[in-house]
Design a protein around this ligand. Structure first.
Ligand code: PLP
Length: 479
């Protein structure tokens, strides 16, 4: 106990600060108070001292942290696949921290266990897994890992005990634009990143089914053993949805595990209007869905759903754990199907938000994201200096600015992006399509409105036009 601090005073001051932060985190504020790393290091003075800190210093730490954290709840935070401030989920998360427990057993997490089971059942009902199961885990990357792990254990149950025999030559198949976590998963599982075969995508970024079939047949001819295919439901850059229905026909024919990586775009399943993009999801064996992205739940909130009950328990090798799992009640201990032991309560914040908005509310939030993306796409199409870099697939709009007299478009667009980030106006991410840099404007905050998109383009175009002018002046000067 730090004797120089009064718990109630500290708590009351921190609630005031939280309230102010939420109040002020409106769209008139900058999205970030940018400082260089060296200057931030100086301001924060992060080193921990021998002696306990005093109350004033402690309160200042809070102010500093809030001041220099990126305001991801601001509507000009358009950089990542998560964003937004979600009041009910925030409250759920706060209560979860307040009551600090672990998800492994019913006896220490009775309410949270019942809530997690309900959330998994609800998510399964959208996926069409009528006898499914699932578990919350630490993110989409880990969901992809556990899905691949489960598929490996179905194919080679003995590998759990004896290790994976490389002569089995297991190979997995993903969209060439899939998330990098699949290669990491193959690395961790001893299968090897090189044994993740990248299947060609079409010009919209969707996996081409006959290329998949060709790749599977090639692998078989090369004495490799296909075991796992991942269909991506919204690729990280372009937001493309792989055609699950057609892919499922192929995986069924070859007896392969079909996984859907909906870490980014899985939430589209909530929308009556747009769910068709995931047609065939009920034919998959597993499905990763991250409510911490498009449902705006605070990180981390991610679930791996599986079609068949029991497969997750089958992954766990040692249940000689009588010091923890006592089976005191009729409800199963969720720890028996998780590769984690201690596990954060992530379902409660989702439950608060889902109850608060209702199924209908969430459906509308997803529809709104697509509407905002369409609106942004139209702005790009209508502006003489903006170029759409790929046709819009879902929530992301990939574009760049084309100045009249500038040769290096990559350098130019990166400079514009950095300008609006460092001045705190807007944060937007970028990636590459081939060698061309593309700005990736992503709609993830369910509360975005047209005025927010207008403001983003004002900021971006303002910086681009200034930079173009500056380049022309430099050019004239050099002449
Ligand atoms: C398609 C896709 N899969 C997986 C992931 C990884 O999810 P997480 O960041 O929760 O690990 C992402 C993250 O952006 C993604 O876009």
């Amino acid at each position: 106990m730090n004797k120089s601090m009064n718990q109630e005073r500290i708590l009351s001051a921190s609630f005031d600060k939280i309230l102010n932060y939420i109040r002020e985190n409106d769209d008139e504020q900058n999205v970030v108070n940018y400082h260089t790393p060296a200057s931030l290091q100086q301001i924060l003075m992060p080193k921990v001292d021998e002696e306990p800190t005093g109350e004033d210093e402690f309160l200042k730490m809070m102010d500093h942290y809030l001041e220099f954290a990126v305001k991801t709840g601001n509507k000009q935070f358009l950089n990542q696949l998560y964003s937004g401030f979600n009041l009910p989920a925030f409250i759920g998360d706060m209560l979860t921290t307040l009551t600090n427990t672990s998800m492994y057993t019913y006896e220490v997490a009775p309410a949270a266990t019942i809530i997690e089971k309900e959330m998994i059942a609800l998510m399964n009902s959208y996926a069409g897994y009528s006898d499914g199961d699932g578990i919350f885990l630490t993110g989409g990357s880990n969901g992809n890992l556990v899905a691949m792990f489960t598929a490996r254990n179905r194919m080679l149950p003995e590998s759990r005990f004896h290790g994976y025999d490389r002569t089995e030559n297991l190979v997995a198949f993903i969209n060439e634009q899939a998330h990098y976590s699949f290669e990491t998963a193959a690395n961790i599982l001893g299968i090897g990143a090189k044994n993740v075969i990248k299947v060609k995508a079409d010009h919209n970024g969707r996996m081409i089914p006959h290329e998949l079939e060709k790749a599977i047949e090639n692998a078989k001819n090369n004495r490799q053993t296909p075991f796992f295919v991942a269909a991506t439901c919204a690729t990280t850059l372009l937001g493309a949805y792989d055609p699950i229905d057609e892919i499922a026909e192929i995986t069924q024919k070859h007896g392969l595990w079909l996984h859907a990586d909906g870490a980014f775009g899985g939430s589209i399943i909530l929308s009556d209007q747009h769910r068709y993009l995931m047609k065939g999801i009920e034919k998959t064996d597993s499905f990763v869905w991250n409510p911490h992205k498009l449902m705006n739940i605070p990180l981390v909130c991610s679930a791996l759903l599986v079609k068949q009950k029991g497969v997750l328990q089958h992954n766990i090798t040692d249940l000689n754990t009588d010091y923890i799992f006592h089976d005191m009640e009729e409800v199963e201990d969720l720890g028996k199907k998780s590769i984690q032991c201690g596990r954060h309560v992530d379902a409660v914040k989702l439950w608060f938000a889902w109850k608060y908005f209702g199924k209908k509310g969430y459906s509308q939030r997803i529809d709104n994201l697509i509407e905002m993306a369409t609106y942004a796409e139209n702005i790009v199409n209508q502006h003489p200096r903006l170029e759409l870099m790929a046709s819009r697939q879902s929530f992301s709009v990939c574009f760049r600015y084309q100045p009249e007299n500038v040769v290096d478009l990559n350098e130019f667009n990166l400079a514009v992006r950095e300008n609006i980030r460092k001045t705190g106006q807007s944060i937007v991410n970028y990636g590459y399509i081939g060698k061309d840099l593309t700005i990736r404007l992503v709609m993830a905050n369910g509360e975005l409105r047209k005025k927010d998109i207008d403001k983003f383009f004002q900021n971006f175009l303002g910086a681009a036009e200034n930079l173009e002018l500056q380049k022309v002046e430099e050019y004239e000067y050099e002449k």
